[in-house]
Design a protein around this ligand. Sequence first.
Ligand SMILES: [Zn+2]
Ligand SMILES: [Zn+2]
Length: 333
Amino acid sequence: MSVPITMRALQMRGLGELVLTQLPVPQPGPREVLLRTLAATICTSDLVDLARNPFGIALPRVLGHEAAGVVVATGSQVVTLQPGDRVAVHPVVPCGGCAECTRGFGHLCQRMGHLGSDRDGAFAEYFVQRADRVRLLPDAVPAKIGALLEPVAVCLQAIARAGEVRDREVLIAGDGPFGNLLARLARHAGARRVLVSGRHPFRLAKIPQAEPVASVPKGSVDLAILAVSAPAAVAECLHALRPRGRLVVFSALPDALPLDLFATHLRELEIVGACNDEDRLDEALRCLSDPALAIAELVTHEFPFSEWATALALARDGHDQALKVALTFPDPS
Ligand SMILES: [Zn+2]
Ligand SMILES: [Zn+2]
């Protein structure tokens, strides 16, 4: 398998400034694999990074962190993968040595690496990732679905942080791709009822076995998961919780906001965060090929990499016609 010297890559150079450029194909480090990209899905966080860069990504940077590809070269210490392997990729790279990693919380690593953030990502024809963050993709799972490994893993984390889901009534605030995944996974985990609040009829209709709700009566659900970056949704979730209910803060809300701690006191509510995932790669991989979850339904559009501008615009503006938008790359093999 011959690897070219340069590749096409989509590089962020400033706020709102994305440029298709030629870059050298990266070399894998000793513990890394070089991957030829097959598919990369666009995440809300790619769009937020591009528009506002709230996490202060050092530019220029190739964005993209949800991907599947083919191994084309392996580092000297890699024994688990070989060229030709078709894989799904998790973007988070825990350092393995900090206090949080030592406690077993690699997903909260103090020196965390992350594709498309502190290193170049997957909106490119090639990218590298540490081999332990990569999983073989079953033949039956298309690459554009394999790209959803990490979105599924982080949603599994949110469900785990919700605690006991079986026979509970769950509110998912937000009807985007994450809200959709969370609703499917909550049902799968045995929730008796899943309510979804959202403003997009197209997206609400894409969530099976969940009830769209405009507003949720006070004290009517056991669990609420915040899957939209809207401060008003936090109040809505707290309002909806029964006594001893739990809110999982899954979406990123970068600004501080007023919180009704009186209600939290009076009803003994719990508020917990969910960020990244505790190595739920294998569980997520099983979900990708579970027909009961039908995760393929999330990818509503795919575009060849050359049509990246159309794809990004649709992911950003197409809330009434799209969920996940995938970029696909020609497969020469
Ligand atoms: Zn993402
Ligand atoms: Zn660490």
